[in-house]
Design a protein around this ligand. Structure first.
Ligand code: NAI
Length: 338
């Protein structure tokens, strides 16, 4: 609904009213960190999604205002705001999908790993609440460093006895969104026709776009592919620097988060062939978590798809990213069990 336009009129989804047909299932989505830079536009985009019937907006403060504002939009879902830890249980109860953009963003000069000390604890406590109040929800972790926060979430769920690897996702969609945009610009093809898988993790060199598999195909020189790869890996930093201390990507991230949550909802609803890249528990490489294409279904992950044929440059990138990704995963697991 976000990417497509209404063919007959050319009007965008924004001008259509988001009423779903009677057969559309009831689906509750909870956003944790909903008053933040990502949380607010993500709340708006999820309010526009006709697959959502109930939208719970949770943050430590500020959510009554966001909820009151968003709730006036004439689309299907009812919107409720929840502020403060004592309301977290109510926000989560009955949720089908929980999206977590809670935590501090980067400032210039910081890596995603520099956020670990604050965000690891936030994700740990929020996931403990998910285990308690909505253990069967699909969990979309946006909070960085994703390479560590997803393993943290898995350990929290294991301890609570609720872990289901099919229901835990690190959101790497923004890397795909960026790869598509940058590729289309360089290859001079219609961005609407472009797809680029992005695998590995979600930080610096662990982000590995597979431009050799990009559609529409274009004959780009090796140097151009290398420059596109670097730009995709540094896309977050490009935004952090441009915002000069006012945070990291929020609007493009909200778009990416909305795309991924929409894919999760479609999968839950039984729509066939819903495939998105995500950082999930994986046997695609020797690492326990890895981002690759994932087929989504009624139980979350239906199938983790393999990497396909890689160019020599991508093979090198894959080997180069493994040590950093491994250590970020281990750091998360160690923190969760400390
Ligand atoms: P922000 O600071 O604008 O908003 C974060 C929100 O989280 C705030 O409203 C804050 O009150 C809330 N929060 C803090 N502790 C909380 C708790 N215990 N429970 C509920 N809410 C809590 O930050 P922004 O820009 O929205 O970024 C959020 C996170 O998303 C950061 O960790 C950032 O690094 C990450 N991010 C991830 C991306 C990805 O591709 N996965 C891309 C961009 C950002």
């Amino acid at each position: 609904y976000l990417a497509r336009r209404t063919p007959s009129t050319g009007a965008s989804y924004l001008t259509r009213r988001g009423f779903a047909s009677d057969s559309t299932p009831v689906r509750k989505v909870a956003i944790l960190g909903a008053a933040g830079g990502i949380g607010q536009p993500l709340s708006l985009l999820m309010k526009l999604n006709p697959l959502v019937s109930s939208l719970a907006l949770y943050d430590i403060s500020g959510t009554p205002g966001v909820a009151a504002d968003v709730s006036h939009i004439n689309t299907r879902s009812e919107v409720l705001g929840f502020a403060g830890e004592e309301q977290l249980g109510k926000a989560l109860k009955g949720a089908d999908v929980v999206i977590i953009p809670a935590g501090v963003p980067r400032k210039p000069g910081m890596t995603r790993d520099d956020l670990f000390n604050i965000n690891a604890g936030i994700v740990k406590s929020l996931c403990a609440a998910v285990a308690k109040y909505c253990p069967h929800a699909l969990v979309n972790v946006i909070s960085n460093p994703v390479n560590s926060t997803v393993p943290i979430a898995s350990e929290v769920f294991k301890k609570a006895g609720t872990y289901d690897e099919k229901r835990l996702f690190g959101v790497t969609t923004l890397d795909v969104v960026r790869a598509k945009t940058f590729y289309a610009g360089k290859a001079k093809v219609n961005v609407a026709d472009v797809n680029v898988p992005v695998v590995g993790g979600h930080a610096g060199v662990t982000i590995l776009p597979l431009f050799s598999q990009a559609t529409s195909s274009a004959n780009l020189a090796n140097e151009e592919i290398e420059a596109l790869t670097k730009r995709t890996q540094d896309g977050g930093t490009e935004v952090v620097e441009a915002k000069a201390g006012k945070g990291s990507a929020t609007l493009s991230m909200a778009y990416a988060g909305a795309i991924f949550a929409d894919a999760c909802l479609k999968g839950l609803n039984g729509v066939p062939d819903v495939v998105e890249c995500s950082f999930v528990q994986s046997t695609v490489t020797d690492l326990p978590f890895f981002a690759s294409k994932v087929r989504l279904g009624k139980n979350g992950v239906e199938e983790v798809l393999g990497l396909g044929a890689l160019s020599d440059y991508e093979k090198q990138g894959l080997e180069a990213l493994k040590p950093e990704l491994k250590s970020s995963i281990e750091k998360g697991i160690k923190f969760a069990n400390a």
